[in-house]
Design a protein around this ligand. Structure first.
Ligand code: NAP
Ligand code: HSE
Length: 436
């Protein structure tokens, strides 16, 4: 083999980043693989667009199928995004005997079961490190580094755009819309940014992490998903006063043989390392029975960090090709026959502590009425804080932090409060995790 030929589908943020890293680190990469890796072809929608990378050394087409069928391509790098066209292209690439590298978490979360099977049967690699947490090599860590463990829990800040928005709003008082626009300009956000702010992108990533951690099929539809768009700045500030930070977390836990798969804003004690992960940075906490707690940190989005993971996958595939091996790690980390479903708990069964903010009239007896409703549900209260009355009316914010409880009990208490007429507005309910 003289060289390994790469075809890139899409020359946007990540595609150009990948072409650029491959070109600028070519000599160092060849020292690692023994064989040069060259981009031979790429596809785009609009040939006239100015590119962020040097695209003069390879051919460019607007026909993506030309890349996946070309005899001049050994590894297809899918960086177009979306699920339907991407699925057709990746399937065609595999059928044509090409190895595939992708950063597309939506594709893996929704169609990964079928694509892994297809790749395994065809004897080609399907690598996707860049699909989760940008430049952090979290797939490799869980699938290979922690292969000797039973994974107990994963909790991660796995959407860079969301973390960037929360950090800028909290630290600089900027508006949600203003920071989102900047995240789009910087190339952090998805083509449809509602994926970032409504938690869908994090749910795609959690789906992948859970499957490789617990040996289950990819099951995106089982992930409970809440985004950051409804989070109020007042709760970010109150949480800070109480010694917490609010982070958007993806959480996957194995509890008594069941799984909890959830994505939502979460209060974390401010002294936890993960509570101090800011801006576009991501961090993933992995707890294994042997290794204990580990924390993995790095840039979660952007051209170079994501390209770092894409190129690492290309190098892995090149190494496998160069020794003529079929593969050394199954796509999900478990042998296909051993992958099995585990029961996934519904929201009502989630177990955690809660931050609850009530707006109530500032009159005697309100606090004891609130407390009585929670006592009725056997929910222990960790702390209660009453804020100053608001100017111009007689309402006050009251914040309860509960001890760990089952979510159904909290919802039943909130339902009972609705009929008691002491509430003056909607209740803010945010889950709390201590991540011990
Ligand atoms: P992007 O900037 O929008 O780039 C997409 C590229 O695909 C563009 O070059 C576009 O061509 C091309 N393309 C789209 N549809 C096409 C079609 N039908 N035919 C030919 N070319 C087509 O997207 P991105 O941010 O690089 O993201 C790519 C993938 O990586 C997505 O799956 C995303 O979720 C994932 N990802 C992104 C990041 C990040 O930080 N951005 C991080 C991790 C993973 P034109 O340029 O001509 O429009
Ligand atoms: N839009 C994604 C994010 C890109 O902001 O995390 C990285 O997957």
């Amino acid at each position: 083999m003289q060289e390994i030929k790469v075809g890139i589908l899409g020359l946007g943020t990540v595609g150009c980043g990948t072409a650029d890293v491959l070109a600028r680190n070519a000599a160092e990469i060849t020292r690692k693989t023994g064989i040069p890796i060259c981009v031979t072809m790429a596809c785009v929608r609009d040939k006239n667009k100015t590119r962020e990378c040097d695209s003069d050394t390879f051919s460019i087409t607007t026909e993506p199928m030309d890349v996946v069928t070309s005899p001049n391509v050994d590894i297809v790098v899918e960086l177009i995004g979306g699920t339907e066209l991407a699925r057709d292209l990746v399937s065609a690439a595999i059928t044509n005997g090409k190895h595939v590298v992708t950063a597309n978490k939506a594709l893996i979360a929704l169609h990964g079961n079928e694509l892994f099977r297809l790749a395994e049967n065809a004897g080609v690699q399907m690598a996707y490190e860049a699909a989760v947490a940008g430049g952090i090599s979290i797939i490799k860590s869980i699938r290979e580094g922690f292969a000797g463990n039973q994974i107990e829990a994963i909790a991660g800040i796995i959407n860079g755009t969301g973390n960037f928005i929360l950090t800028e709003m909290r630290d600089k008082g900027r508006t949600f819309e203003d920071v989102l626009a900047e995240a789009q300009e910087l190339g952090y956000a998805e083509a449809d940014p509602t994926f970032d702010v409504e938690g869908i992108d994090a749910a795609h990533k959690l789906t992948i992490l859970a499957a490789i951690a617990f040996g289950t099929p990819l099951q995106f539809e089982e992930v409970y998903t809440e985004g950051i768009s409804k989070l109020e700045l007042i709760d970010v500030d109150y949480a800070k006063e109480l010694g917490y930070r609010i982070k958007h977390l993806g959480i996957a836990k194995k509890i008594d043989g069941d799984l909890e798969l959830r994505v939502h804003p979460t209060l974390i004690p401010e002294q936890r390392l993960i509570a101090n992960v800011n801006g576009v940075m991501n961090a993933v906490l992995v707890k294994g029975d042997a290794v204990g707690n580990t924390l993995h940190y790095g840039a979660g989005a952007g051209a170079d960090p994501t390209a770092s993971a894409v190129v690492a996958d290309i190098i892995d595939v090149a190494r496998i090709m160069s020794i003529g091996a079929r593969s050394y790690v199954p796509g999900s980390g478990f042998t296909a026959a051993a992958i099995k479903n585990l029961p996934v708990r519904k929201q009502a069964e989630f177990e955690c502590a809660f931050y609850l903010r009530f707006e109530v009239e500032d009159v005697p007896g309100v606090m004891s009425q609130l407390s009585a409703v929670f006592a009725e549900q056997n929910i222990s209260i960790e702390g209660i804080t009453q804020k100053e009355p608001k100017k111009g009316d007689n309402s006050v914010s009251v914040i309860f932090i509960t001890q760990k409880t089952v979510e159904r009990s909290v919802d039943e208490a909130l339902e009972a409060l609705k009929t008691s007429k002491i509430l003056q507005g909607s209740v803010a309910k945010i889950r709390v995790e201590h991540l011990d």
